[in-house]
Ligand binder design. Structure first.
Ligand code: S3P
Length: 439
């Protein structure tokens, strides 16, 4: 078995204009809603990363005709809510938690049985957070003894809407239950402990499905309606932009423009946190693209200082902490994160894996059960292990701009799950980075 290593040389400034790949959350949902809609859904800017391709292949395996992707263009020929067919075998979700959790909601409402499986990381991640409420709705789903995938989902069950208070702030669980709610009798009402990304809610509206928002934290829908195909313009992913926001903030002489980035307020915690640390980020030309706010982001180098990260921003920046930890490591003073225990069950345990990597680079990083305390300072070169976590890999690549020696990052192949072409784009911007296959 070979593994992909990134070798990032120290220094450099990030400059120019970049067009980043499409939003992962929106791309997954566009395929799912497009498949369940009546009529054709067309999209531009679809993320051709392995995670979203896993979703796309799963719907093809259930009889949905999908043209493309061809340079981000996809056409999904919807089969309606009841038009999916039994797939010939288990559906492999690869590394993608979003595919598995959202699709479990859809599949719980089908007339046929399915099995959802995934790679070593995904089959370790907690799935009871979706199977428990789905079971309350009437679904029949078997997990492993530890509550993980493979998920064996029985078809032919009658689902009933529930009122559910989410035990954790999770857009994946919320979306799973709303998708199951499309198949349920009566109303499915979900309340979240804190606002999380609302792409599902916005997309339901875009597909003409009535959804009721009750205050900031509750959404409800009635089953038995229909979705109508539409056109979707997928903006660039702010989670991919995050690496460049951090890299450019850290590297003296940087001035970077990131074009057409999604700035949905449930996703912009990374901008708020970086600004609190002293970053210079401007939102230019704000506009709406298909129900989602979009802007061009201009980021210039600025000295950063440590902060105590406000609790309300944690769910709004949940995927950006690996990059934010690198920012904190180069900032002046201490940064404290609490209330982020969800980071321990992402593609890797991002608290431990980032603490280990930062420590290997000479930074004092103290993990806590729900966060990390980082003493900013100088960054040495060294070797770190991404543990197959795409966002960890890209975050350490950006750390090189401030390291005093080269950084080697091991196990980087999964960068393709969310950011195909990362190395090429990072080089275009000014990072000196190479890929190496090692035994
Ligand atoms: C996602 C929700 C988040 C996020 C993930 C994508 C989504 O997960 O970490 O990358 O598309 O709904 P949780 O909802 O589990 O926090």
């Amino acid at each position: 078995m070979t593994t992909l290593t990134f070798l990032a040389a120290p220094g450099g400034a990030l400059r120019g204009r970049l067009c980043l790949p499409g939003d992962k959350s929106i791309s997954h949902r566009a395929i799912m809603f497009g498949a369940l809609a009546e009529g054709v859904t067309t999209m531009t800017g679809f993320l051709e990363g392995e995670d979203c391709l896993a979703t796309l292949r799963a719907f093809r395996a259930m009889g949905v005709r999908i043209d493309g992707p061809e340079r981000g263009r996809v056409a999904v020929h919807g089969v309606g809510l009841h038009g999916l067919r039994a797939p010939p075998g288990p559906l492999d979700m690869g590394n993608s938690g979003t595919s598995m959790r959202l699709m479990s909601g859809i599949l719980a409402g089908q007339s046929f049985d399915t099995v959802l499986t995934g790679d070593a990381s995904l089959t370790r991640r907690p799935m009871r957070r979706v199977t428990e409420p789905l079971t309350r709705m009437g679904a029949c789903i078997e997990t492993t003894a530890t509550g993980s995938a493979p998920l064996r989902i029985r078809g032919g069950r009658r689902l009933t809407g529930i009122d559910y208070l989410l035990p954790m702030a999770s857009a994946q669980v919320k979306s799973c239950l709303l998708l199951a709610g499309l198949y349920a009798q009566g109303t499915t009402r979900i309340t979240e402990p804190a606002p999380t990304r609302d792409h599902t809610e916005r997309m339901l509206a875009g597909f003409g499905y009535a959804l009721h928002r009750e205050g900031e934290r509750t959404v409800a829908l009635a089953g038995g309606g229909r979705l109508t195909g539409t056109a979707i313009d997928v903006p660039a992913d702010i989670s991919s932009a995050a690496f460049f926001l951090v890299g450019a903030s850290l590297a003296p002489g940087s001035d970077l423009l990131l074009e057409h980035v999604g700035v949905n307020p449930t996703r912009t915690g990374v901008i708020d946190i970086l600004r609190l640390m002293g970053a210079d980020i401007e939102l230019l030309n704000p506009r709406l693209a298909g129900g989602e706010p979009v802007a061009d982001l201009r980021v210039r180098h600025a000295p950063l200082h440590g902060i105590r990260i406000p609790a309300n921003l944690v769910p709004l920046a949940i995927d950006e902490f690996p990059a934010l930890f690198v920012a904190a490591a180069c900032a002046e003073g201490v940064t404290v994160l609490t209330g982020a225990e969800e980071l321990r069950v992402k593609e890797s345990d991002r608290i431990q894996v980032m603490a280990d990597g930062l420590t290997a680079l000479g930074v004092a990083a103290e993990p806590t059960p729900d966060g990390l305390v980082i003493q900013g300072g100088a960054l040495a070169g060294g070797t770190v292990d991404s543990h197959g976590d795409h966002r960890v890999a890209m975050s350490f690549a950006m750390a090189a701009v401030r390291a005093d020696g080269p950084i080697a990052i091991r196990d980087c192949a999964n960068v393709d799950t969310s950011f195909p072409g990362f190395v090429t784009l990072a080089r275009t911007a000014g990072l000196t980075i190479q890929e190496q296959e090692t035994a």
